[in-house]
Design a protein around this ligand. Structure first.
Ligand code: G4P
Ligand code: NA
Ligand code: NA
Length: 194
């Protein structure tokens, strides 16, 4: 997606050979017109699929998921990383290990908001090792809901998550796929670079 590639080149910061900082428009400050364009793009890619619900994970998946839900007209549910006071045993839970942060978190979704019969678009801001996506897939299975596909804003193609999820036969749509962050330079899978 051209607009997103341009934004990454303009405002993204390469922190190391494997980490891209996008605090200026996605992970801290949020760019609403860009999120709207992202929502329109996902809505267009999944318009034939009869989606009834979008599932993401707090916090940075919420903004792009929200705009996509607004445009396709479905609710957006985000998995919580900490149990809220008002949530009890009426939950689907899964554990998500972060290789980056070297920690495992229990994620949860209320049984009220994901059910058998739902056709789910799973979304997240980044796809790196794919562990968050695996945890959300586990929750979709527990709910006996149907997965339609996975929508990712930025996929790091040099990390194993994308291949691992696609090998399961799952449709993954990533709006930007980064092939390399070597030498402080962003190179996209389509060959563009800064
Ligand atoms: P995985 O789910 O693909 O296995 O990802 P991993 O454990 O490697 O990532 C842990 C967190 O770091 C996730 O955010 C993920 O979105 C984010 N992340 C991974 N690679 C990058 C990167 O290159 N740049 C940035 N900016 N983030 C990256 P999180 O902890 O869930 O945070 P948030 O959603 O609250 O922002
Ligand atoms: Na995330
Ligand atoms: Na993140």
């Amino acid at each position: 997606m051209k607009e997103l590639h341009e934004k990454i080149i303009q405002d993204g910061k390469v922190l190391s050979n494997d980490v891209l900082k996008v605090d200026a428009f996605l992970n801290h400050q949020i760019d609403p017109p860009l999120m709207q364009a992202i929502g329109e793009e996902f809505a267009a890619r999944f318009k034939e699929d009869g989606i009834t619900k979008i599932l993401t994970i707090e916090s940075s998946g919420i903004a792009p998921a929200m705009m996509t839900g607004l445009i396709i007209g479905t609710p957006v549910v985000f998995a919580r990383k900490k149990k809220s006071l008002t949530m009890s045993d009426h939950l689907f839970t899964s554990s998500v290990h972060s290789f980056t942060k070297k920690e495992t978190n229990e994620i949860s979704v209320s049984k009220d908001f994901l059910q058998k019969g739902d056709k789910v678009l799973l979304m997240d801001d980044f796809l790196a090792n794919g562990q968050a996506v695996l945890g959300l897939l586990d929750i979709i299975e527990q709910a006996e809901a149907e997965l339609v596909g996975v929508g990712i804003v930025i996929e790091k193609g040099f990390q194993p998550g994308g291949a691992m999820i696609r090998e399961k036969g799952i449709r993954v749509e990533s709006l930007a796929i980064i092939q390399s962050l070597e030498d402080g330079k962003v190179t996209f899978a389509n060959g563009e670079s800064n």
